[in-house]
Design a protein around this ligand. Structure first.
Ligand SMILES: Nc1nc2c(c(=O)[nH]1)N[C@H]1C(S)=C(S)[C@@H](COP(=O)(O)OP(=O)(O)OC[C@H]3O[C@@H](n4cnc5c(=O)[nH]c(N)nc54)[C@H](O)[C@@H]3O)O[C@H]1N2
Ligand SMILES: Nc1nc2c(c(=O)[nH]1)N[C@H]1C(S)=C(S)[C@@H](COP(=O)(O)OP(=O)(O)OC[C@H]3O[C@@H](n4cnc5c(=O)[nH]c(N)nc54)[C@H](O)[C@@H]3O)O[C@H]1N2
Ligand code: SF4
Ligand SMILES: [Mo]
Length: 679
């Protein structure tokens, strides 16, 4: 039997590697050795053959003529995009000799890895690379750009990243999409919600922007940015006042419900309306709907946590299902993230024990601009892979200033010459996930999946795992772990008795079946990983950590006296900045827009379709305005992380603050303020 990649024609199973909760099963069609079509695998029990438009068009990206196919070195100025082809041997030799020098002169902490999950494959995102940088003694990166604030908040209440099984949510009678643009970012949750709707369920969407998800709702509730905790507390106020809580459940499975009942008295409907902009009537309707409908399910989005108060906001919302006893109802409860169910042996994969100096410094990836421009002991070399900080990290102008530093030796490994790669000294071509071996664990559904190479590597491109194997060899690292094969690493990661749900999953069973359901048991509200084992409405741990022990509304910062809160959210046809450099996807998305309320537009003499300048003390952008009632007055929302084509100014992260969220060291992309004017 030939490997898939060696068969010129046929249809082969695959998995989507993008950073998306759905993690779809795919079927890849090949003709004459090339991918001609990608579709959903109808046999996948959750994603069932439907996939998004982005990936239906992925072959345009895989075979885009701009794709990198050989290593290059810089011959122009930083950022000028002038490069010359070199061999892999020269590239690896240049990198490792420079690093050996730096370790001598400045110490190993002068080298910084910078990566995220451009490819969600476990091997390619967090295995050989981690071993390598631990062994090197490089500065450690805190990878907190995405879900860390919310994860920290959810953990205080529920103990772990575990929630409802999404497949069960078809049984829910009320589904709340809260701060999640699910039509674009978790489409199969929408499919499940629509199935539930056919059986009589109601779909409520709470968002600062009536985007495609808001438009599909039975009821859309617009809210002021960063005020959702107050809304949840107002709901709790009414639930307690009107005896709509499940007292038996609260007594048996929670800590602190008596304290919470007292505490929420202050969040009366008038006060909450003032804070959130949700009317008193709507607040009553929502609370009563939630208090009288069961099973009810809340999909807690990422949008909420990208605020100054993001951790506390998600901590607060995650208390709601306990009030009405939802955790014992099939399809009831909430999902913030479900990664906890599919835990594998990450220590065996990453080998943190290779790091000798346990006090090695750490840098939070959200503050990379500061780190590159302000540190007393500077970062002298950075290796960027699977992420595009020049576009996705906050305080973009500071990031670019750092990347421009003449004395920064920058290596970028990517499929494309991204905005970040333009500043590189050495550019390395990356293979796509379709060219690699890897395994995948969803952070939403309960399936583990395998990727076997469907095509050979594009040009001279190499996977992350392979690049770090080669770098280790050149550095002279002799540990056998640097020579492990992909198959050995998969088995090592899945050999993890601590997670009984995945006992039956290993490399062999995955290659036989392609996707395997973990044997997940629903969470038991008395046996959680919180200190008490119960759902902690009152958290002593939070008190020790310096937070209010009860759920609390804390306003976001008014960082500048500017009229609008700016919410630069993702869009439908890109995935973060991925696809922002592919013609097909740009055409689908058309342009970088800014949504503005009619009243604000009128007051500033702005009309629909105008080009506007959006600015604050950190930078400026030029976007095309859509005037309407999709956002409340005082709020402007953009969509998509666009690259800067010549003559454009659309890097929205030029405007976002790099301060950190209340907990978890998260990013606060959506809490900054801006001004907007025509021109
Ligand atoms: N098409 C597409 N899919 C994606 C991505 C993408 O870029 N494009 N990105 C992927 C990644 S990495 C992630 S983390 C997820 C993110 O996907 P989601 O969980 O959907 O999170 P966001 O899209 O960041 O924000 C969701 C919503 O929050 C709203 N929002 C912002 N602030 C507030 C607030 O204060 N209150 C309320 N109620 N709503 C608010 C925004 O208007 C937006 O509609 O999606 C993944 N999937
Ligand atoms: N304003 C604003 N900023 C945001 C967000 C927001 O909502 N608003 N969302 C934030 C969130 S939630 C996230 S998760 C981050 C995500 O930000 P990033 O992690 O930077 O995600 P992408 O922009 O998709 O960039 C991934 C890069 O990895 C490359 N890549 C893909 N596969 C591989 C591979 O196998 N190997 C290598 N070496 N490279 C590969 C891709 O070509 C792409 O250039 O952005 C954050 N930034
Ligand atoms: S991006 Fe998400 S919805 Fe689209 S194919 Fe990949 S996993 Fe499925
Ligand atoms: Mo993310």
């Amino acid at each position: 039997m030939y490997a898939y990649k060696d068969q010129p024609d046929g249809v082969f199973p695959s998995v989507c590697s993008l950073d998306c909760p759905d993690q779809c099963g795919l079927l890849v069609h090949k003709k004459n050795g090339r991918i001609v079509k990608v579709e959903g695998d109808p046999n996948h029990p959750v994603t069932k053959g439907s996939i998004c438009n982005k990936v239906r068009n992925i072959k345009e990206r895989l075979y885009d003529e701009k794709r990198l196919s050989y290593p290059m070195k810089r011959v122009g100025k930083k950022g000028e995009s002038r490069f010359e082809r070199i061999t892999w041997e020269e590239a690896l030799e240049t990198i490792t000799s420079r690093w050996k020098e730096l370790i001598e002169t400045d110490g190993s902490e002068s080298i910084l890895p910078y990566s995220y999950y451009g490819n969600m494959g476990v091997l390619n995102s967090e295995s050989m690379d981690r071993r390598f940088f631990y062994r090197l003694g490089a500065t450690q990166l805190d990878r907190k750009i995405c879900q860390s604030a919310g994860e920290a908040g959810y953990r205080y209440t529920m103990g772990d990243s575990k929630g409802t099984n999404p497949e069960d949510t078809v049984h829910a009678k009320l589904i709340i999409f809260w701060g999640v643009n699910a039509v674009s970012t978790n489409m199969h949750q929408v499919v499940l919600a629509q199935k539930a709707r056919k059986k009589g369920a109601k779909i409520v969407v709470i968002d600062v922007h009536q985007n495609q998800t808001g438009k599909m709702a039975d009821w859309f509730i617009p809210i002021k940015p960063g005020t959702d905790a107050a809304l949840a507390l107002g709901m709790m106020h009414i639930l307690f006042a009107e005896h709509l809580v499940d007292e038996d459940f609260l007594r048996e499975y929670t800590v602190g419900f008596e304290e919470l009942r007292e505490h929420v008295v202050q969040y009366d409907p008038e006060t909450v309306t003032q804070i959130t902009g949700v009317s008193v009537d709507d607040l009553y309707t929502l609370a009563r709907l939630y208090g009288t409908t069961s099973p009810s399910f809340i999909r807690i989005g990422n949008g909420l946590q990208h605020h100054d108060n993001g951790g506390m906001c998600i901590r607060t919302i995650s208390c709601l299902p306990a009030l009405t006893g939802q955790w014992l109802k099939r399809g009831g409860g909430a999902i913030k993230g479900n990664a906890g169910y599919l835990a594998f042996n990450s220590d065996a994969l990453q080998r943190p024990d290779f790091l000798q100096n346990k006090h090695t410094r750490r840098i939070n990836m959200n503050q990379i601009g500061r780190a590159l421009t302000e540190l007393k002991q500077p970062v002298k070399s950075m290796f960027v892979y699977s992420t595009n900080p020049a576009v996705v990290a906050p305080e973009g102008n500071k990031v670019r200033k750092g990347l421009e530093r003449e004395d920064l030796f920058l290596v970028v490994h990517d499929l494309f010459l991204t905005e970040t790669a333009k500043y590189a000294d050495i550019v390395l071509p990356a293979s796509s996930s379709y060219e690699n071996t890897d395994f995948f664990t969803s952070y939403w559904h309960h399936f583990v999946q395998i990727q076997q190479p469907v095509i050979g590597p594009y040009g001279e491109s190499k996977s992350n795992v392979e690049v770090f194997r080669l770098l280790a060899e050149k550095m002279g690292f002799e540990e056998p772990e640097f020579r492990e094969t992909d198959e050995e690493m998969i088995d090592r990661a899945l050999d993890y008795p601590e997670n009984p749900f995945m006992k039956h999953i290993n490399y062999t069973s995955l290659t036989e079946k392609q996707f395997i359901r973990a044997d997940v048991q629903p969470i038991i509200p008395g046996k959680l990983l919180t200190p008490s084992g119960k759902i902690e409405l009152y958290s002593e741990k939070m008190k020790q950590d310096g937070f209010p022990p009860l759920p609390t509304y804390v306003p976001i910062k008014q960082d500048e006296k500017l009229p609008y809160v700016f919410v630069p959210a993702p869009n439908h046809n890109f995935l973060n900045s991925t696809f922002s450099n592919n013609e097909k996807h740009i055409q689908l998305e058309k342009e970088a827009r800014l949504y503005m309320n009619v009243e604000d537009a009128k007051a500033s003499g702005i009309e629909d379709g105008d080009q506007v300048r959006v600015w604050n003390s950190r930078g400026e952008c030029r976007l095309t305005v859509v005037v309407g009632s999709q956002v409340l007055p005082g709020v402007v929302v953009s969509q998509g992380l666009w690259a800067d084509e010549p003559g454009t100014k659309q890097l929205v992260n030029s405007l976002t603050p790099d301060r950190l969220s209340d907990m978890g060291g998260g990013a606060v992309f959506f809490s900054g303020r801006v001004n907007v004017a025509k021109g």
